[in-house]
Design a binder for this molecule. Structure first.
Ligand code: THU
Length: 134
């Protein structure tokens, strides 16, 4: 993806942080997922008093996209105050739809501090191809 598109996606992720519901950790996360269709789906973390029921920003964005018919993704930007990386659960969840996904890590100032791919973040992943087809 172009530097220009990366910049736009990073801005969307940074803006999405504002909606984070994080009364327990106070760690706001924003995500912006670019689909092959050209549409961008935003997400933020949504915490819960029953802590494990919390949903991460990346999975919120992915679920919004898939529930609207998207399955092909180009890139995801993830914004936090300190350039935090996607958790293991989110890596696995996103890998379902392909590990060629570009991953942009964005800091609290909106700077892209890392550009990588899901394949690099989750090597030798388990995926749909490992399950036998009926
Ligand atoms: N969080 C995310 O939204 N994405 C990640 O990949 C890592 C963690 C959220 C979950 C929780 O609301 C807060 O960050 C602290 O773990």
């Amino acid at each position: 993806m172009s530097d220009f598109d990366a910049r736009l996606l990073a801005e969307r992720a940074q803006e999405a942080r504002r909606w984070a519901y994080a009364p327990y950790s106070h760690y706001a996360v924003g995500a912006a997922l670019l689909a092959a269709s050209g549409r961008v789906y935003d997400g933020c973390n949504v915490e819960n008093a029953a802590y494990p029921s919390t949903i991460c920003a990346e999975r919120v964005a992915a679920v919004k996209a898939v529930s609207e018919g998207e399955r092909d993704f180009v890139a995801i930007a993830v914004a936090t105050a300190n350039g935090g990386m996607p958790c293991g659960s989110c890596r696995q969840f996103l890998a379902e739809f392909g590990v060629d996904l570009a991953v942009l890590i964005v800091d609290g100032q909106g700077a892209i501090v890392k550009r990588t791919t899901l394949a690099d973040l989750l090597p030798d992943s388990f995926g749909p191809a490992h399950l036998p087809r009926p």
